[in-house]
Design a protein around this ligand. Structure first.
Ligand code: ATR
Length: 287
């Protein structure tokens, strides 16, 4: 790596950050595009988030990704929020223009881009979203904003209801909430176009589990899984076997990174290089 005196610095703040794929993914992308940029991980404690953001201004760091547990905590320290990030209530990307810090949520925008990249337009489609945690929140807002008809299913019904109420209020279209049960899956999958797993079911070491029985998967569905370890979850394998289109967790991870990259550099991200780095690290074959 050749670091010049003009290098621009980007990075990720979180705790922990040691296992993040982002440094490898972004540094490979900077190198591929011949950019004088470098990306480093910063482990930041909860109580130091404000000081870290002051440091971004003081050191003229160009941009940051923000990961668990700081996606909400960084918000009051920024100068401006992108409207989608504000509605979601979480920021995962910060751009610094001469000390003016703007926060975005490319987890949400990246999820949408991953769908569009596969030729899937969620506008006007029936989408069944499993889960009501942090990942589900970003995905549900971007889908509602795009004009999808959303139904939320969650093991804990109350959490799905709270999410659905927030969405109904924010976008003025009704979002339904149901318990994640076999019979609700049977009933809702009958007229679903897109199924999104935003629960952690199927993640290593529980890779033998799936949130949806294979008999309910059909060729007319697009099936997305936020779980990226393993890359091909049991749900995605069974969806493929049923003839469905699939979007994996790596697609989403790479697109959120690509969208952050483009905001910092103004250069189109080398998405395939980024995907290759992530799949290489996860032990899969590059797509
Ligand atoms: P994330 O930020 O990845 O969304 P999270 O906020 O902890 O993580 O949310 C995890 C989601 O997976 C929740 O919707 C959770 O359901 P509950 O709200 O009922 O806890 C869901 N989940 C985790 N394990 C599950 C399981 N074994 N069966 C069904 N849902 C599960």
């Amino acid at each position: 790596m050749n670091i010049s005196g003009k290098v621009k610095i980007c990075g990720i703040i979180g705790d922990p950050v040691e296992h993040s794929m982002s440094p490898a993914m972004h540094n490979a992308a900077f190198e591929k595009m011949g950019l004088d940029f470098v990306y480093v991980p910063f482990r930041v404690k909860r109580e130091d988030v404000g000081k870290a953001i002051d440091g971004v201004r003081a050191l003229n760091i160009r941009g940051l990704n923000v990961t668990i547990p700081h996606k909400v905590a960084v918000m009051p320290f920024l100068n401006e929020l992108d409207p989608l990030a504000e509605k979601i209530g979480a920021v995962n990307t910060i751009v610094n223009d001469n000390g003016f810090l703007k926060g975005y949520n490319t987890d949400a925008a990246g999820f949408l881009q991953a769908l569009l990249d596969k030729g899937v337009e969620p506008k006007g489609k029936n989408v069944l979203l499993l889960g009501a945690g942090g990942a589900s929140r970003a995905i549900s807002f971007v889908l509602a904003e795009r004009g999808a008809n959303l139904v939320l299913l969650n093991r804990t019904l109350q959490k799905a209801k709270e999410s659905a109420d927030r969405l109904t209020e924010a976008f003025g279209r009704e979002v339904r909430a149901l318990e994640l049960s076999h019979w609700n899956l049977v009933a809702e999958l009958r007229h679903a176009d897109i199924l999104v797993n935003a629960t952690s079911v199927g993640m290593s070491p529980q890779q033998d589990e799936t949130p949806v029985p294979p008999s309910l998967l059909t060729a007319s569905l697009t099936v997305c899984d936020i779980v990226y370890n393993p890359i091909k979850t049991r749900l995605l394998k069974e969806a493929e076997a049923a003839g469905a289109k699939t979007v994996d967790g790596v697609d989403m991870l790479v697109w959120q990174g690509a969208m952050a990259f483009e905001k910092w550099t103004g250069v189109k991200a080398p998405v395939e290089v980024m995907r290759g780095v992530v799949t290489g690290r996860l032990g899969g074959s590059p797509a």
